[in-house]
Design a protein around this ligand. Structure first.
Ligand code: PLZ
Length: 473
């Protein structure tokens, strides 16, 4: 049987084939399938008057607790651009925080979703099931690392996937403790706030937090030197043994590349040593691939770079081309240890989100999304390296595939420079390039372009980042 959605939502591929890898580097499509010119175009100040008017309405209608990075209100998006209500076309180097990996309004996603909403919008999978849910689980079981027997369950958001991974691990092990690491980010719900490291803006004033969550050292090569990834793993393991007890731990939850923590790629051996410790102690090792998964790093899952086969993998973001969907996938014996009816929710694995995911996954497989992420890396790394030579505030370039970042410091020190980071980001925004910042110290500029980004726009975005350094120096 096809790993994709059945006949009902099968796409007419011929009319929607995008550029493949052979043509990716040479061919720069002028238009996407939703007819957006692939160009940076500024016709007003950023934000323009229509966006400003909407921003005023937002202030009156939306809770102040919900912030906005760049208040340009989006009217259309696709390929590598966001087009706002004033007609500005902005280069999208953020993908809505690593979500629109297959591009905004990807035609495979759009067609599947349109067919699905016309067929039915909801039944609740726990009440009356449908094939899309099962097919997404089959795809997750097939694509996540390891060829052991697996099962999956679907949810609505990354935080919900993490909550459920912890529920499953506790149910399987009959243990309570959950171990997370410094700089980790896992969400904004009560349990996941406890698991998230950074106070502002995620936790401040929102406690008390869930109990039985313990934080141990993480590998941060730029700031650990001369200690190795393995040295830090030993430190983390010793902390678990001395302060919690290995046999008391239900789960260790780690991102293979830390996203909100600052795109931190662990030093060699760290991730694998922690996974081996988990295995030796009957602890469920959970890889949080919510930001790093689905071809973002040039592999389907970033755990593969570490040679680790996690017991459970959490996914969200890139899985469904922008529709809310998340998953927990893992060893059948762990996933099946939960009593029937113990996992679920009204909307988890909605038929519309599942149809979107099947479109997104199909595009990733047919269009060699991992190869595209690597092609993006091969354009970006040399450009960023050249920038580093001219701008000593760039302390480190890191990441994998289309998940790259630069960490800004005060030249000659290791001191983070969040002000410069924010100034460069603001410059880029004003020039029509959407960049995001991240990191515990807010001093990391991260790049998460959609994998449909035309190379000429990628190069243009990089040249504007460079000008941002010149203008703020
Ligand atoms: N785990 C690794 O990156 C979401 C959060 C942005 P949700 N990261 C972006 C913000 O300010 O809220 C994330 C992640 C990792 C879990 C999550 C949580 O995923 O879908 O936002 O709940």
């Amino acid at each position: 049987m096809s790993p994709f959605y059945g006949e009902i939502t099968r796409l007419d591929l011929d009319s929607h084939l995008g550029p493949n890898m052979e043509t990716l580097m040479t061919l720069t499509p002028e238009r996407t399938d939703n007819e957006l010119a692939q160009e940076r175009r500024l016709v007003t100040a950023i934000p323009g008057p229509k966006s400003m008017a909407l921003l005023a309405r937002k202030t009156e209608a939306v809770s102040n607790g919900v912030g906005v990075t760049l208040p340009v209100f989006v009217a259309k998006a696709g390929g590598g651009v966001l087009v706002d209500v004033d007609g500005n076309s902005i280069i999208d180097m953020g993908s809505g925080i690593a979500v629109t990996t297959v591009g905004n309004a990807n035609p495979y996603v759009v067609e599947n979703v349109q067919r699905q909403v016309a067929a039915f919008t909801h039944t609740c999978f726990m009440v009356n099931p449908y094939s899309g849910y099962v097919e997404v689980c089959e795809a997750l079981n097939r694509l996540t690392p390891g060829d052991h027997a697996k099962r999956s369950a679907l949810f609505n958001s990354g935080a919900e996937a993490i909550e459920n991974a912890v529920k499953i691990a506790r149910s399987y092990t009959n243990r309570a403790a959950v171990v997370v690491v410094e700089h980790g980010y896992h969400g904004r719900t009560n349990l996941t706030m406890a698991m998230t490291a950074k106070n502002m803006p995620y936790k401040d004033g929102f406690g008390p937090f869930a109990s039985e969550v313990y934080r141990v050292p993480t590998s941060y090569p730029f700031r650990d030197a001369p200690l190795s990834g393995l040295d830090i793993a030993k430190r983390a393991i010793s902390r678990i043994e001395k302060e919690i007890g290995g046999t008391k731990v239900a789960a260790i939850v780690i991102e293979p590349i830390q996203g909100e923590g600052g795109f931190i790629v662990p030093g060699a051996g760290y991730f694998a040593a922690i996974a081996a410790f988990a295995k030796a102690n009957g602890i469920v090792f959970v890889a949080d691939e919510i930001q790093s998964g689905f071809c973002r790093t040039g592999d389907w899952f970033a755990s593969s770079y570490e040679g680790v086969i996690p017991d459970l993998v959490t996914t969200a973001k890139g899985i469904a081309g922008g529709l809310p969907l998340a998953g927990v996938t893992g060893r059948a014996e762990i996933m099946d240890s939960v009593h029937a009816g113990g996992l679920g929710g009204t909307y988890g694995g909605s038929p519309v989100a599942c149809a979107a995911a099947l479109g997104a996954i199909r595009w990733m497989e047919e269009e060699d999304a991992c190869g595209r992420a690597k092609a993006i890396e091969s354009v970006m790394l040399p450009a960023l390296a050249a920038m580093k030579v001219n701008h000593p505030t760039i302390g480190e370039i890191r990441g994998r595939g289309a998940m790259l970042a630069i960490e800004l410091i005060r030249p000659g020190t290791m001191e983070p420079d969040p002000e410069r980071t924010s100034a460069v980001a603001k410059y880029c925004h004003g020039e029509g390039v959407m960049v995001l910042t991240t990191g515990t110290y807010s001093n990391v500029m991260r790049f998460l372009p959609p994998l449909t980004m035309p190379m000429h726009l990628l190069e243009e975005a990089l040249s504007i980042v460079e000008r941002g350094f010149e203008a703020t120096g």
